[in-house]
Ligand binder design. Sequence first.
Ligand code: FAD
Ligand code: DLZ
Ligand code: SF4
Length: 507
Amino acid sequence: MTRLVLVLGDQLSEGIAALRSADKGSDVVVMAEVAAETDYVAHHPKKIALIFAAMRKFAERLRSDGWNVRYSELDDTNNSGSIVGELLRRTEETGAQEVIATEPGEWRLIEALQNAPVAVRILEDDRFIASHKEFEDWARGRKALRMEYFYRDMRRKTGLLMDGDGPEGGKWNYDHENRKPAPDTINTAPMQFTPDDTVAAVLDLVEARFGKTFGDLRPFHYATEPGQAKRALAHFITHGLPKFGDYQDAMLDSERFLYHALLSAYMNIGLLDPLEVCQAAEAAYRAGDAPLNAVEGFIRQIIGWREYVRGIYFHEGPEYPRRNRLNHQRGLPPLYWGAETKMRCMRQAVAQTKEEAYAHHIQRLMVTGNFALLAGVNPAEVHEWYLSVYIDAFEWVEAPNTVGMSQFADGGVIASKPYVSSGNYIDKMSDYCSTCAYDVKTKVGDGACPFNLLYWHFLDRHRERFEGNGRMGNMYRTWDRMDADKRKAVLAQADDFLEQMSAGGRV
Ligand code: FAD
Ligand code: DLZ
Ligand code: SF4
């Protein structure tokens, strides 16, 4: 009997669970470009283009491999507009009584499939290193779910960078050798791909349907098939990885990508296997082509952070993205959608996001994320922004990073203290401040950097919650040592700034 096999836009792996358990001879693969998925947030046009182009090419590969594929293009007249709608349409067409699906990476869609008026068998997505059960076993009975310990288990499980039972080089983590300030020059850039006919057709469709959404569609250079993604990986391993560790946290006005990989989107939609990516990095280390601090740091991001945040997303449950433990209620300032700002760091991070659908981790965490947290923006709005604007954003990975790591809205499930900093950190790690209208060295008064003002404002308004946090005590002592009049002036200027910003003023 015919069954339907659902493949979603971020499940484009030939070995995905649903395909593995299906029968090429009798089952029908369903893939669908649908408005419900393009519109649940205002996705960056480059993100929609990447997903549609990669979906269309995946469907073609399946067909040449002998699968019967029913593919719905967004503009098809009979397109019902939702994944469940398309499943029902295909059920009627084929007489299928059952759907096989791989678990989606978002509670919203899991619930939609569970509630569909057709039987859907949901299989675990095993493209990850830790299964749900393994994460639950690890989390059970622990007071704090810290990434570092989880990461060590993943090293042991995969055998990556192991020397017998211990870590290669004697230490699990080489972060203290990383985090150098920005270098003067960068001698690499991510690999770019010229759009072929499939990509060009998708770009025209996306331009017509989503041309007014925040984000530049063209130029479009992302990889849209596994062969290209593998070339991008090889290019990174040769040119980026050796310096990845050193400059992982650096930011430069004129260099958007530094030594970052730009591989997250490919792993997240299934064009690259995360384990293969890590094995390629380890091979470079074993061959003497990349140092241990870089390779360990890179592998930790993938088998550590990437796996850990996924574990947290499913462990914490469907209401996790709506948490707001600090009760922040301010609306997301228009500058996040490109309104002019005098803050050079924010302007650069947002402009780059608009053009590339990409900003690297420290820009996301310590510039746009830090600012939203200091300014007391409602985390649900911050979450929606990150989910919309980044090429690699899917809720399982975006929500824990935004709601947990960056906004501390989960009350400390992920981070042991909020990631807040004054302008000093941005100045140390970037060259933004030298061309900014504000002065990073000024703490209060004319030209004071807003990050400086808001930093103290944040600490002051959350004193009760954070004063007792051992890692924040020093900050409160510094604040308390400041002259009382100066403290008053800082808070008053921060209030003025926030009021002006929320009223739509150019800040
Ligand atoms: P690199 O810096 O070169 O790192 C290598 C790889 O490590 C990445 O490709 C990625 O797969 C993985 N990685 C690194 N850090 C993380 C992390 N914290 N969580 C998960 N994986 C990580 N990553 C996403 O994939 N999707 C998101 O929607 C997303 N949203 C984020 C939101 C915020 C507020 C923050 C602070 C971080 C977010 N991240 C997200 C994590 C990280 O910023 C991106 O994975 C990274 O910037 C992707 O670029 P890259 O491939 O050049 O990564
Ligand atoms: C993000 C996205 C977009 C923009 N469009 C589609 C689509 O039209 N069809 C589809 O199958 N998937 C799409 N996706 C990816 C899904 O939103 C994703 O599978 C869920 O958010 C779960 O991670
Ligand atoms: Fe950003 Fe402040 Fe530096 Fe300006 S001075 S770039 S606002 S940190």
